[in-house]
Ligand binder design. Sequence first.
Ligand SMILES: [Zn+2]
Length: 433
Amino acid sequence: MASNLDFSLTLSLLFAAAVLLQWLLRIWLVSRQVRHVARHRATVPEAFSNRISLAAHQKAADYTLAKAKLSLIDITLSAAVLLCWTLLGGLDRLNHGLLELMGPGLGQQLALLASFAVISTLIEMPLSLYQTFRLEQRFGFNQMTLGLWLGDLCKSTLVGAIIGLPLAALILWVMGSTGSLWWLWAWGTWTVFNLLLMWIFPSFIAPLFNKFEPLADESLKSRVTQLMERCGFAAKGLFVMDGSRRSAHANAYFTGFGNSKRVVFFDTLLKQLNPGEVEAVLAHELGHFKHKHITKRMVMMFGVSLLGFALLGWLSQQPWFYSGLGVDILQSKYLGVPAENNALALLLFMLAVPVFSFFITPLMSAMSRRDEFEADAYAMQQADGAQLASALLKLYEDNASTLTPDPWYVSFYYSHPPAVDRLARMPAPSGSL
Ligand SMILES: [Zn+2]
């Protein structure tokens, strides 16, 4: 029979190999993207030559290249940090320190989760600051002041603590006191909590960060309302969000569900697009709703998290799961109290699973791209396809999205098909350059 030590060593090796493979794959994909975009920087692709200026094309290329180069640092840093937390013993040390300080119990476990979250945020902070105030700034997208950035950070930490700590306490309590089927109860708690969060998010959380005002433009409003009636979509309101406070990137989205459902337009979107184009973009979003993409994704997420909790339920009982990921519970003086390791099990699980699930990213991206084509097709039935095409082109140009991405990079990461593939299925864009 294989010993615990064998399993532990096997897990360590598997994990290290997966981290390395993931790192290599990500670096390879980004360097492909960099080479591809740089190679096509000199000329606007034929399909867009009478619509997109060379200056806009080159801005998109430079922006894409700058982001890609920054992501090389991000990829390497996150792989290193992950190894530090796990195999190099970071989590083990943090856990022991807190045990010395507080003794075992729910308090110590919550402190472990909270300090992990705080340390992770601190590690990510320099890169996030650089991204906002150097990179986005350089291309004219950033609208934030340092004050607003710090305010956001304080608010999101506070909201995270107010929502996250009670949830974590509840999950840890469920794990420790509902017997061997705890993972089923924990999954139920998690699912109910997520639904609740989706329900309260639009009315209570999003307004903490942005101002939402009812859509005032009457002609656009009646146009959009007619479209929604045609499509059989009942939303509680049409709102304009002051996205321009933070960024010049434009967007529109649906949020909430049930009777809290609303349509949100970024003010930047309304500034860039004419009413016909806004209608076409909304029709695309309604296409996602009509094809039940959001519901399907939610059901899939809940199904996957059920499997996840079941797996966690089993793994958390295996000493090799901890030792294989660098946490030596066998030498802890608190050994033998399995419930005392629940927070550790959660953290290790959250750190380890993405390393392995990364490899199905292309599958998820392909599904998402198929959904986008479906939503485009629906939009062309319900609104003007030429307007949708010209809206897309404007958004690509204003967001400086590259028109010449690397095909491998696209199939791995892109949640939306590249512009050239989407436009190929649409009538020629309306209006002129
Ligand atoms: Zn879409």
